[in-house]
Design a protein around this ligand. Structure first.
Ligand code: ARG
Length: 431
């Protein structure tokens, strides 16, 4: 268990081992997600060092080659990050020293693990937000297809879980489609917000070298520089929160959608059917199919929320790097991975849904047309409040109303007869 920061040979006493394990915590496991980004950033750093003459002649190309080799070995599973290293940063440096001898020892000139972990985490986060955007797109487009399929299919609209007015399945599906389209927009804004290069800020105070930070910004594909080294360190955790917030937005929608499905598939309502693949049987009750997938999607929100809170709670710190910040990695990486695997199920789950049209329509009671009738009175000149009270207090003949007619009369933008699915489709494609 050698360390980068000492030339003492590790004695590996019991206590040292215990402390090593405590300090590394789950870093080795988590750094498996970061190591390739760390290598990419190390390559950019070496190029930047060469550009200011710190690496000479063919030194940089040897480092580049060696790092490419390491990337390939990771892909081919010939290199494994194990707990003989402190973290992925030291593993990369040990690898270079092992391959290139003294030249490998030059890689860390002008950088610190503090800016190394920042840049690797940032590149990782950007990639994950891009994956989230793609998933949001798939989900939104599946929802739009369902909205089209059930555009004019009636369902009861509820407020307070009490019957309210006529609604449509088209409107319900389109509601979630619009929400997921907005999530794309939100994620893109956060993607831009975190797209700033922290590499070259070292331990949080810069170094006595004219580091070519513009070169690393451009090579790593960042849209701007994170200028101030203290700010770069202080943004650790703060940026992670914004990344997690994108995942929270989508998971909030997933939770509400799952809640609706669980309600709509309740035996007495029976509005929605799912195929057997999305439900499970009971070990004791032969009569049952249970919507377990939907329920675990609903429950998954708790995990992303917990991850968010865990990071937030770590941030009660003064300026600069503190080892506390290492603990922001686990909630970030695990929160994201759980959210992605949950959201990944949604397109197929949505696609699989069938609406029990007859049953949903049957639950629309005549009372639900009373709002329509009040408005019709108002159109004939009766002040709305008077119309409302008259209809509320008297028995009315509502036999001429049907769900279809009620839907067709709702023509304002967004309402049942005018869901503006084309506009939603356009927003999705423009995103
Ligand atoms: N594993 C550490 C982290 O995530 C890496 C940075 C270590 N820096 C230090 N000064 N000990 O924060």
């Amino acid at each position: 268990m050698s360390k980068l920061w000492t030339n003492k040979t590790a004695s590996d006493s019991k206590l040292e081992q215990k402390i090593h394990a405590f300090l590394a915590a789950k870093d080795i496991e988590l750094d498996k997600e970061l190591i390739c980004f760390d290598i990419e950033a190390s390559q950019a750093h070496a190029n930047a060092l060469a550009s200011i003459g710190v690496l000479k002649g063919d030194e940089n190309s040897k480092i580049q080659q060696s790092l490419n080799g390491l990337l390939q070995k990771i892909k081919d599973k010939q290199f494994e990050l194990t707990d003989k290293f402190e973290d992925c940063h030291s593993a990369i440096e040990f690898y270079l020293i092992n391959e290139l001898g003294d030249l490998g020892k030059k890689i860390h000139t002008g950088r610190s693990r503090n800016d190394q972990v920042l840049v690797a985490t940032r590149l990782y986060s950007k990639q994950k937000i891009i994956q989230l955007i793609e998933l949001n797109k798939n989900i939104a487009s599946t929802l739009l297809a369902k909205a089209q399929e059930y555009q004019f299919t009636a369902m009861p609209g509820y407020t307070h879980l009490q019957q309210a007015v006529v609604s449509s399945w088209g409107m319900w599906f389109a509601a979630f489609a619009e929400s997921f389209i907005d999530n794309i927009d939100y994620a893109k804004k956060i993607l831009h917000w975190i797209d700033a290069n922290p590499l070259g800020t070292a331990a949080g105070y810069g170094v006595n070298l004219p580091l070519n930070r513009d070169l690393t910004t451009q090579q790593l594909g960042f849209s701007r520089l994170q200028i101030n080294p203290i700010y770069a360190q202080n943004s650790r955790g703060k940026f992670e929160l914004s990344v997690l917030s994108c995942f929270k937005q989508s998971m909030l929608d997933a939770r509400k959608f799952a809640w609706d499905l669980s309600l709509f598939s309740m035996t007495e309502l029976d509005f929605i059917k799912q195929s057997d693949v999305f439900t499970t049987g009971s070990s004791i009750m032969p009569n049952k199919r249970n919507p377990d997938v939907v329920e675990l999607i609903r429950a998954s929100y708790a995990k992303i929320q917990a991850a968010y809170q865990e990071v937030e709670n770590l941030l009660s710190l003064p300026t600069g790097y503190h080892r506390d910040l290492q603990f922001s990695k686990r909630p970030l990486i695990e929160g994201i991975s759980e959210a992605l695997s949950c959201l990944d199920l949604l397109p197929e789950l949505i696609n699989d849904l069938t609406v029990n049209q007859e049953q949903a329509e049957q639950q629309i009671t005549p009372d639900m047309y009373k709002t329509d009738l009040s408005i019709e009175y108002a159109l004939k000149g009766v002040p709305f409040r008077e119309a409302y009270l008259e209809i509320k207090n008297n028995t009315m003949d509502l036999s001429g109303y049907t769900p279809d007619k009620s839907i067709q009369n709702r023509t304002s933008p967004g309402a049942c007869a005018n869901l503006m699915l084309d506009e939603l489709e356009k927003r999705l494609l423009d995103n």
